[in-house]
Ligand binder design. Sequence first.
Ligand code: AMP
Ligand code: MN
Ligand code: MN
Ligand code: MN
Length: 280
Amino acid sequence: MTARYDLHCHSLASDGTLTPAGLVQAASDAGIEVLALTDHDTTDGIREAAAAAVAGLRLVPGAEISITWQSQTIHVLGLGIDPGCDELQAGLAQLREFRDWRAEEIGRRLARAGIGGAWTGARALAQGRIVSRTHFAQYLVEQGHAPSVRDVFRRFLVNNRPGYVSGEWAELEDALGWIRAAGGMAVIAHPARYRLTASKLSRLVGEFRELGGVGLEVVSGSHTRDNINTMAALCRTERLLASCGSDYHGPENCWMRLGELPALPTGCTPVWESEQWPVQ
Ligand code: AMP
Ligand code: MN
Ligand code: MN
Ligand code: MN
C-alpha cells in the first residue's frame, strides 16, 4: 500500500537536499497525494513548493519548530499554517537568530577540538537561511573527520561531545501561540525520539494539549513498530489526533524512501479527519 499522506518533510530551505519543487516532484512520483513541507524554523520553501504542486498532489504549508521543554529539545510541527502571519514569522526569526549564534559557537568549539573551518564550511553547505547540525555533519564527512553523518552526530554533535551546544529554543507556550495565530494545527513530531519516561511524556502531552496542541506524529520514519503502537495508544487515551510523516531529508538517506510509511493503526483519528484540516 502506498501512503497517501506524508506530513513531515524537509527541503533545501532547511537541512533537506532537494529543492522545494524537487521534493514535490519526488513525492508525487512516489504516489503521495498530500504532502506537508515542514522545514526547521522557516517557511521559506513553501512558496516554491506550492507553485510546484502538480495535479494530484496537495501541499500543506508547515514548519517544524524547535522548542526547549524542561531542558530538552522537542520538535512541534505546525500544519496548515499561513506563512504570511506576522506573529509566526517574528517567532521563527527569533529561532533563526539563536541558530546563527549557535552555529558560530559550534564552530568555535569544534575549532578548540582541532577541527578548523567548520562554521564557514557548514554555512557554505546551507543553501537556505538555516544552518543546522546536519550541515556541520555533512562538512565534517566531506573533510574526512568521520565516515557518515550519523557518525559525526555521535562523535561530535550530541551532549557531552566537543561540538555540542545546548538548545535555547522557543517555549512550548510561545510556539503553540504562533501556530494558533497562523491558523495551523500543532502536532508533536517523532514523540518516541526524545526517549522521555512514560510519566514525563504524559506531562508533556498534558501541557501540550492544554496549550492547544492537537496531535502526535504516530507514524514517523524514525519510529519502530513498538513506538507506533505506544503513540497510537497515547493518542486514544489522551484524545489526540494522529499524524504520519516520513521526516524525509532527501535521497541520500537511502534507508528512508518516500511513500512507504505504514498505515496509522486502527482506532486513531487522523489529523486530516479534523474539521480544522486545511485541505480537502
Ligand atoms: P538542529 O535542529 O540544527 O539541531 O539539527 C537537528 C537535525 O539534525 C535533525 O532534524 C536531523 O535532521 C539531524 N539529526 C539529529 N540527530 C541525528 C543523527 N543522530 N543522525 C543524523 N542526523 C541527525
Ligand atoms: Mn532535520
Ligand atoms: Mn525533528
Ligand atoms: Mn524533521
